[in-house]
Design a protein around this ligand. Structure first.
Ligand SMILES: Cc1cc2nc3c(=O)[nH]c(=O)nc-3n(C[C@H](O)[C@H](O)[C@H](O)COP(=O)(O)OP(=O)(O)OC[C@H]3O[C@@H](n4cnc5c(N)ncnc54)[C@H](O)[C@@H]3O)c2cc1C
Length: 531
């Protein structure tokens, strides 16, 4: 036992997170000594295994990365970075070819070619899918490929508590392993691939691991964060009191399912003649209004999907059956839920953060590809493409990243880490849903800010609860600063888009309160030299 530690390990790189992003990073670092940490068992932790609809890539006849990029930019509320979008859409087909070569079983048509689906706001059929369990197929494929890799040590049920920073550089991770051991993972490169923050809200499709830890870890290490106010709310989560709320994929509305009231009247028909295929944020806010006025919405797939439901949408069907519903016979109760975070740790095209030695990939990173709103099925793609790019960047930087002399001191761990934080966490999640959710106001956000201080007082540092509280406060700070509505961020007191706000909001750790900066959409982040 060293300084309260149970063990110290040395690796070239430590990767925190084993979803599509973390697995892609580890796969690209073949031959290096990599410690891979995840909160749960490989293939069953984080958002990736839950992804249903698919992964977008310009692989079909007549499609092109340019067309995919144009669609991505069109929904992004003028805040996406065209260079990042261009990289993602250009490199996407190569990443998908790699997955197929590794044995991914995406659905195929009768002639044997890939069965590409078309989703809302994509101008072409370009969604590869494995029925409605695409994410599980992606992580299964990556996990199996990793099994054969040398130099990799996987730590399941290992929770990163804090990053170790020495001389302004990230040099390791302090983690609590499943057996209770406190382990310092020293490394020349640290990669955050910790996924999203859905659990910050009481109504979410995200599993328990998605507490935004990576954002809090990066923040505590001094990294800049970007676009935190942009949280995508999915309109159709199954509303039966489950947590997480099972997702009912958009493809159901694509297949003709409609949103109706208990009396069978269309929810969207009056105000929105375009109907069910409107952008997610518009549909989600319409359902929010319906609920606020006492009209419970249902998704009615009886006439259009009907008896083919179990075959076409097995995941959604199983979720309905688990809660005693039969979507072939009954309309399904639905409600919006926090689903995806467009914001994250500010990174360049190679996933480098503003802290030397620290990279980020996947949902925890803000690569600039989503702007104010994400195009459906682009997030798995982002995790695959930028995960591979981060691996290349880390491999290239390792020769210049020298191990700091001596053992860096790990951050102190709060001895009260077993304090029961459940009530505080539940309070924070409810507050965030009510005051910083789909419809925000300045007054509500200020109230949230004040109440967060009270709710989070005394949460032991380094715990998931403390991370969640930190992230909640940062999201509220960014949402208060953006006095307009854009993409997924809607302010009822500033309902219009303001051209003067065509800038990204960055939060940097400052003395006391976060320092708020802005940057124009296409400008790259200013990073320190890594050598
Ligand atoms: C229900 C649902 C459906 C979706 N459908 C689609 C879809 O069809 N198409 C699409 O493109 N996207 C979809 N998404 C979004 C997509 O799944 C995610 O954006 C993407 O999988 C994120 O991958 P990731 O690797 O960045 O993070 P994740 O897959 O979330 O992985 C995060 C990893 O970090 C680990 N971790 C977190 N904190 C710590 C810590 N402190 N210490 C150690 N490990 C930690 C977790 O255990 C996990 O292994 C969906 C999301 C949900 C929830």
């Amino acid at each position: 036992m060293k300084g309260g530690l149970d063990a110290v390990r040395d690796a070239d790189a430590v990767v925190i997170g084993a979803g599509a992003a973390g697995l892609s990073v580890a796969l690209g670092l073949d031959g290096r000594r990599v410690d891979l940490l995840a909160k749960g068992p490989l293939g069953r932790t984080g958002n990736s295994p839950w992804a249903q609809g698919g992964v977008a890539a310009a692989v079909g006849p007549g499609d092109s990365p340019e067309s995919h990029a144009a669609d991505t930019l069109a929904v992004a509320g003028e805040l996406a970075d065209p260079a990042a979008v261009g990289r993602m859409t250009a490199e996407g087909p190569r990443r998908l070819a790699q997955l197929l070569a590794l044995g991914a079983r995406f659905d195929r048509g009768a002639a044997g070619g890939l069965d590409l689906a078309r989703e809302a706001a994509h101008s072409r059929a370009r969604i590869l899918h494995a029925r409605d369990a695409t994410g599980a197929e992606v992580v299964r494929t990556l996990g199996r490929a990793l099994g054969a890799r040398s130099g990799l040590a996987v730590f399941e049920r290992a929770v990163a508590l804090d990053l170790v920073v020495a001389g302004g550089r990230a040099v390791g991770v302090l983690a609590r392993h499943g057996d209770g051991a406190l382990v310092l993972h020293r490394a020349r490169a640290v990669v955050l691939a910790t996924g999203g923050l859905g659990r910050v809200f009481s109504r979410t499709t995200n599993p328990p691991e998605a507490t935004g830890d990576g954002l809090a870890l990066a923040w505590r290490a001094g990294a800049r964060l970007a676009d935190l106010e942009f949280v995508q709310f999915h309109p159709t989560a199954l509303d039966v009191g489950a947590d997480p709320m099972p997702l009912l994929t958009e493809a159901l509305r694509g297949a003709g399912a409609t949103l109706v009231t208990a009396e069978g009247r269309r929810v969207l028909a009056d105000a929105f003649p375009e109907g069910e295929l409107l952008p997610r944020d518009v549909v989600a806010r319409a359902l929010w209004s319906a609920l606020a006025s006492g009209r419970r919405p249902f998704l009615d797939a009886r006439a259009t999907v009907g008896d083919s439901f179990p075959e076409r949408f097995p995941t959604a069907f199983a979720a309905c059956r688990e809660h005693g519903l039969d979507p072939r016979r009954d309309p399904i109760p639905v409600a919006p839920a926090a689903h995806y975070h467009m914001g994250g740790v500010d990174v360049d095209l190679d996933g480098r953060t503003s802290v030397p030695g620290l990279w980020a990939a996947g949902e925890v990173a803000c690569s600039g590809v989503h702007g104010a709103n994400r195009l459906a099925s682009n997030s798995l793609l982002e995790a695959l493409v930028f995960g591979a790019r981060v691996a290349g960047s880390v491999a290239g930087a390792l020769p210049c990243l020298h191990r700091p002399p001596g053992a860096p001191a790990p951050p102190p761990v709060d001895a009260r880490a077993d304090v029961d934080c459940a009530a505080a966490v539940a309070g924070i999640r409810r507050l965030m849903w009510e005051k910083a959710g789909l419809v925000r106001t300045g007054a509500g956000l200020r109230e949230a800010h004040a109440r967060l201080d009270t709710l989070s007082a005394g949460l032991p540092a380094g715990t998931e609860a403390a991370h969640l509280a930190t992230v909640a406060r940062l999201v509220v700070t960014a949402a208060l600063a953006r006095t307009e509505s854009r993409g997924a961020h809607f302010r009822a007191d500033h309902p219009r888009t303001d051209p003067a706000w065509r800038r990204r909001i960055l939060l940097a750790p400052g003395a006391g309160a976060p320092r708020i900066e802005t940057r124009s959409a296409g400008a790259p982040p200013a990073l320190e030299a890594y050598a």
